[in-house]
Design a protein around this ligand. Structure first.
Ligand code: GLC
Length: 429
C-alpha cells in the first residue's frame, strides 16, 4: 500500500518526493548561472531600497517599514504594493526581473516561485557574505526558499490551509470530507452555502485541487517526482470537488473565488465551512463588518479517514541580483526574520511564523488559539512541485481542475490531460 504523502516526514515529502524528476538530465534553463555577473554587484551597497509584495491584506507591512525607517534614516525602505492576486504578482516580478530593474531590491517570493526565479539567476544566493541563519526556522520554510541546496530567499511567512467553520451551527468540526458533506444539510436548513475554498482559475486552484487529491490519499507527483494523477485516489479527490460543485454544496459563485472573495463570503455569514489561510483569523475577528466574530471555529482540513493534508504555502523575501544596495537589503531580510518581527506578524496579522519556537510560546498561544491547529497544518503540509518550469505545471493543474469542477470535462479526462501536460512541461528539464 502506498503511504499517503501527508504521513511522510515533511523533509521527505518536500525535497525528495516533490522535485519533478529530470528527464535526461540536461540543464535546459534549470540550473542557476555560475557565480559572478550581477550576483557580484552591489554587495557592499547601502542606501534606499524598495520592498515589493502583494496587497497587504493584514496591514502589517507599513508599520514594519515605518519602524525600520525610523532606525535607518539613510537606508529607507519604500513599499511597492502589488495586487492581491498571486498570478499577477508573479507576472509583475518576472517583467521587472527581465528588465533588470534595480529598484525591485527585495521582493516577496511565493514558495512556488523559488525554483523558477533561482534558475533564471534573478535571486541573490544567500550564502557567504549574504548568508542568513536559518537554524531556528521550520524546515519546510527553509526548503521552499532553497533551490538545489542553496538558500535563495529569507523565509518570511509560512502558510497552511485551515478549515474555518461556524461554531454556532456545527458543534464539532468534521474530520473527513464525507462528514463535512453530510453536515451540508445544516447549511441548507440555515439557507447559507455549505463550503468553499478558492476555485477561480489561478494559483489558488492549484492549491485547492492538490489539497483535494492529497486529502483523498493521492498525490500530484509520486515519490520519484513523476506525475501520478492516474490513480483512484486522485480521481476521488477531484471528484469530491466536482460533485460538491454540481450538487450545490459548493455554491455556484465559488468558481469565481480567490482568497479575498471567499473570506468576504464567510465573514458575511454566507458559508458554513471555508478553506483559507491563517490571515483570515485576524480579519474575521477584528473587522467591524464581520458576522462571524464570536462564532469562529478553526480546524484541520478534512481528509479521507481523518484530517486531510494542506498544500504548503508561504512567502520568502528574496533579494534581486540587480539591487545596488545589497548590504542594506541583507539587513532588511534579517529584520523581517527576527523574532520580534515574526511575533508581530503573528499577533498583528495572524500570519504563520517561520520560527518553530513561536508555536510553543505560551504568551503567543494564549493570544492566538489557532496556533496548534496551524502548526499541525504546516507540519503535514505537502509542497507543490519544485521545478523551474512551475508556470507550465500549475497551468496544467489549474486549467484541468477548473474544467472538471465546472463539469465541462469529466474528472477522468481532466486528470489524464493534467498528467500529459505535466509530463511535457517537465520533459525539457
Ligand atoms: C497564499 C500562499 C501561496 C499560494 C497563494 C495562492 O498566498 O501563501 O503559497 O500560492 O496563496 O493564492
Amino acid at each position: 500500500m502506498k503511504t499517503p504523502k501527508f504521513l511522510l516526514p515533511v523533509a521527505t515529502a518536500g525535497v525528495l518526493a516533490l522535485t519533478l524528476s529530470a528527464c535526461g538530465g540536461g540543464s535546459g534553463g534549470g540550473s542557476a548561472p555560475a557565480a559572478g555577473g550581477d550576483a557580484e554587484q552591489g554587495l557592499d551597497g547601502r542606501g534606499p531600497i524598495t520592498y515589493v509584495q502583494g496587497k497587504d491584506n493584514s496591514n502589517v507591512v507599513r508599520p514594519l517599514i515605518e519602524k525600520w525607517n525610523a532606525a535607518h534614516p539613510n537606508e529607507k525602505v519604500t513599499f511597492k504594493e502589488q495586487t492581491d492576486q498571486a498570478d499577477q504578482q508573479h507576472d509583475d516580478l518576472v517583467q521587472n526581473f527581465q528588465a533588470k530593474n534595480a529598484n525591485y531590491d527585495v521582493v516577496s517570493v511565493d514558495v512556488v516561485w523559488t525554483a523558477e526565479f533561482a534558475a533564471k539567476g534573478w535571486l541573490q544566493p544567500l550564502k557567504d557574505k549574504m548568508a542568513l541563519d536559518t537554524s531556528k526556522m521550520l524546515k519546510p520554510t527553509v526548503e521552499s526558499a532553497s533551490y538545489k541546496g542553496t538558500l535563495y530567499a529569507a523565509p518570511q511567512n509560512s502558510d497552511g490551509g485551515i478549515l474555518y467553520y461556524r461554531k454556532d451551527l456545527v458543534p464539532t468540526a468534521p474530520k473527513t470530507w464525507d462528514e463535512m458533506m453530510q453536515m451540508c444539510s445544516i447549511a441548507k436548513a440555515n439557507n447559507i452555502g455549505c463550503f468553499a475554498g478558492q476555485y477561480a482559475k489561478y494559483e489558488g486552484l492549484t492549491v485547492n485541487a492538490s489539497e483535494a487529491i492529497n486529502s483523498a490519499g493521492g498525490s500530484v507527483l509520486d515519490k520519484d517526482g513523476k506525475p501520478s494523477l492516474n490513480t483512484t485516489e486522485a480521481k476521488t479527490g477531484l471528484e469530491n470537488l466536482a460533485k460538491a460543485y454540481a450538487d450545490g454544496n459548493i455554491p455556484k459563485e465559488g468558481i469565481t473565488f480567490q482568497e479575498e472573495q471567499g473570506r468576504q463570503a464567510f465573514q458575511d455569514g454566507k458559508l458554513l465551512f471555508h478553506r483559507n489561510w491563517p490571515y483570515v483569523y485576524n480579519l474575521a475577528v477584528t473587522e467591524g463588518s464581520s458576522k462571524v466574530k464570536d462564532v469562529l471555529g478553526m480546524a484541520a482540513l478534512p481528509g479521507k479517514d481523518g484530517p486531510g493534508a494542506s498544500t504548503l504555502g508561504g512567502h520568502s523575501a528574496g533579494m534581486s541580483v540587480y539591487s545596488k544596495n545589497k548590504a542594506t537589503a541583507k539587513d532588511f531580510l534579517t529584520f523581517l526574520t527576527s523574532e520580534e518581527t515574526q511575533k508581530f506578524y503573528a499577533i498583528q496579522g495572524s500570519l504563520a511564523p517561520v520560527l518553530g519556537a513561536l508555536y510553543d510560546d505560551q504568551e503567543l498561544v494564549a493570544k492566538l488559539p489557532y496556533l496548534p491547529v496551524l502548526k499541525t497544518s504546516i507540519e503535514n503540509a505537502v509542497p507543490r512541485p519544485v521545478t523551474p518550469f512551475y508556470p507550465a505545471v500549475t497551468k496544467a493543474i489549474q486549467e484541468n481542475a477548473y474544467s472538471a469542477v465546472k463539469g465541462e470535462k469529466t474528472v477522468e479526462s481532466a486528470l489524464a490531460d493534467m498528467q500529459k501536460s505535466i509530463e511535457s512541461a517537465s520533459a525539457g528539464q
